[in-house]
Design a binder for this molecule. Structure first.
Ligand code: NOJ
Length: 441
C-alpha cells in the first residue's frame, strides 16, 4: 500500500499555539483579571488562577512534549501588562524572563512565533478607555519597541495582534469579553485604532529588525446564507463577511477601512503585512432576523448535519478551512495557519477534525498555495476566556488542581504527521475514511 499519500513541503512547520493569559498564571494586571473578578462574567465564576503555570517554568514540560512529538514551531504571546505594568515603567525582569523562555524554546529546537497582543490589555490602558482611546496605538508602539528591541535576536516571526475582529465583536458587540459593550460606533473606533496599532507595530518592528516577518492572526469565520434563495439572508451574510472577514485585513493592503456605515482612510496601514496568519475553527449559516437589531439583524447557527464539538462551540466544517485559505491567498503573501483546533475533553471528535482539516491544507498546497506551516490550538488545555475551564482544546489534558498533564490519543496522531511530514493514508483510513470515497463530503 502507498504509505505517504499526502506529502507536505520540505521545511513545512508543525506546531502548537498558546497565549500568555491562557497559560502563564497569576496575570493580575490586565483587563481579563478585572473580568475574572467581576461576578457573572466567567462561566461558573472560574478564574485563570495559575492557568498552566508557565510563569513558574512549566512551559519547559509542555514544550519538551511538543518537541518529543515532532513539532518544530511554537506560537506564544508576550503579556504587555507584565512588560509595562504602569505607563512608561518597564519591568526589565519580565523582559528577562521572556528572554530566558525564548532561549529555552530555541534550545529545544522550536522556532518561536511571537504574538504581541493576544486579547489582554494592561489595567492602566483599560482604565483609559482601552482601544477606544486614540492614544492607545502609540502606547502599544512603545511597548512593541521595548519588547522587540529586547528580543529581536531570538525571534524573527512576529504576530502584532491576535484576532482583532474577535476582540472587537466580543468586547463591543456581543459583550462576552471586556469591556462588555454593545455599541457599534465604539466597535468601529476600536477596530480603527487596532489597525493604527498594527501599522505602528509593523513599522516599529521593521525599523529595529528589517528582515523580520510581521503579520497578524486573522480569525476567518466561514459563513453562508441559510437560504440562498432569500435575498435578506444573502445581504446579512455579505455584510457580516465583509465586516468580520475583510475589514481589518483589507485595510492593511490599501489603507481603506470600511465597517458597517463607517469608513476611514489610514495610509500608514498600507502594505503592512509580510505574511497572513489564519486562525480557522468553523462555519456558520446566517438568517436575516428583523427583530434582532442588537445581533445585526441576524441569527447564526451551525449546519444541523455537521458533526458537533463537545460543548457545541464548533461544527466540523473542513471545507470552510479550504475557503479560509483561498481567502488568504487573495493577499498574495505567504500563509501561516496560526490556529486550528477543537474543544474535546474526551478526544472523541479531535482525530476526525484534525485529519479532515489537514487534508484541506494538503489540498490547498497542491493547488500551489504558499502555506508555510500549521499551528494547532493548543498544546495543553488552557484558560478558555469567558468559557474558562469548560472547554478543553489541548492535545494534552490538564488537571487544573494538580497541574498534571496527560496525553490524549490525538497526541500520537499529530506526532505521526509532524514526524513524517505527511498525512499518512492509514490515518485517513482510520479517522476520516469518507475522504477516500469517490465524492468526499
Ligand atoms: C482563538 C483565540 O486566539 C484563542 O485565544 C482561543 O483560545 C481559541 N480561539 C479557541 O477558542
Amino acid at each position: 500500500m502507498n504509505k505517504g499519500t499526502c506529502f507536505f513541503p520540505k521545511r513545512f512547520l508543525w506546531g502548537t499555539a498558546t497565549s500568555s493569559h491562557q497559560v502563564e498564571g497569576n496575570n493580575t494586571n490586565n483587563n481579563w483579571y478585572i473580568w475574572d473578578q467581576t461576578p457573572g462574567k466567567i462561566i461558573g465564576g472560574a478564574t485563570a488562577g495559575l492557568a498552566c503555570d508557565w510563569w513558574n517554568g512549566r512551559w519547559k514540560e509542555d514544550l519538551a512534549h511538543a518537541v518529543e512529538d515532532g513539532q518544530n514551531i511554537h506560537r506564544l504571546s508576550i503579556e504587555w501588562s507584565r512588560i509595562e505594568p504602569q505607563p512608561g515603567k518597564w519591568d526589565e525582569s519580565a523582559l528577562l524572563a521572556y528572554r530566558e523562555m525564548l532561549k529555552g524554546i530555541l534550545a529545544l529546537g522550536l522556532k518561536p512565533m511571537v504574538t504581541l497582543h493576544h486579547f489582554t490589555d494592561p489595567i492602566w490602558i483599560y482604565e483609559r478607555g482601552g482601544w477606544e482611546n486614540e492614544e492607545t496605538a502609540a502606547h502599544f508602539a512603545q511597548y512593541v519597541e521595548k519588547t522587540v528591541g529586547a528580543l529581536h535576536d531570538l525571534v524573527d516571526l512576529w504576530v502584532t495582534i491576535n484576532e482583532p475582529t474577535v476582540y472587537v465583536f466580543s468586547g463591543y458587540m456581543s459583550g462576552e469579553f471586556p469591556p462588555g459593550k454593545n455599541d457599534a460606533k465604539a466597535a468601529f473606533q476600536v477596530l480603527r485604532n487596532l489597525v493604527r496599532g498594527h501599522a505602528c507595530a509593523y513599522h516599529t518592528i521593521h525599523r529595529i529588525q528589517p528582515t523580520a516577518m510581521v503579520g497578524f492572526a486573522k480569525n476567518f469565520r466561514a459563513m453562508a446564507p441559510a437560504r440562498k434563495w432569500f435575498l435578506p439572508d444573502r445581504w446579512v451574510n455579505t455584510f457580516s463577511y465583509n465586516s468580520f472577514n475583510n475589514a481589518f485585513a483589507d485595510a492593511l493592503i490599501n489603507g481603506k477601512l470600511k465597517f458597517a456605515m463607517w469608513k476611514d482612510i489610514l495610509p500608514e496601514a498600507i502594505a503592512t503585512q509580510d505574511f497572513i496568519g489564519v486562525n480557522y475553527y468553523t462555519r456558520d449559516l446566517i438568517k436575516f432576523r428583523l427583530f434582532k437589531p442588537k445581533e445585526i439583524f441576524q441569527e447564526r447557527f451551525f449546519d444541523p448535519a455537521a458533526e458537533m464539538s463537545e460543548t457545541g462551540f464548533i461544527a466540523t466544517e473542513p471545507v470552510g478551512f479550504y475557503e479560509s485559505l483561498q481567502w488568504a491567498q487573495r493577499y498574495k503573501l505567504p500563509i501561516y495557519i496560526t490556529e486550528n483546533g477543537v474543544e474535546d475533553s474526551r478526544d472523541s471528535v479531535r482525530p476526525h477534525y484534525l485529519t479532515t482539516h489537514l487534508f484541506q491544507v494538503w489540498k490547498a498546497i497542491q493547488t500551489g498555495m504558499d502555506i508555510r506551516g500549521y499551528i494547532h490550538w493548543s498544546q495543553v488545555d488552557n484558560f478558555e476566556w469567558e468559557r474558562a475551564w469548560t472547554q478543553r482544546f489541548g492535545l494534552w489534558e490538564l488537571d487544573v488542581a494538580t497541574q498534571k498533564r496527560t496525553r490524549r490519543p490525538s497526541v500520537d496522531i499529530y506526532r505521526d504527521i509532524c514526524m513524517s511530514n505527511e498525512l499518512p493514508l492509514e490515518l485517513i483510513q482510520l479517522h476520516a475514511p469518507e475522504l477516500l470515497e469517490p465524492r468526499p463530503r
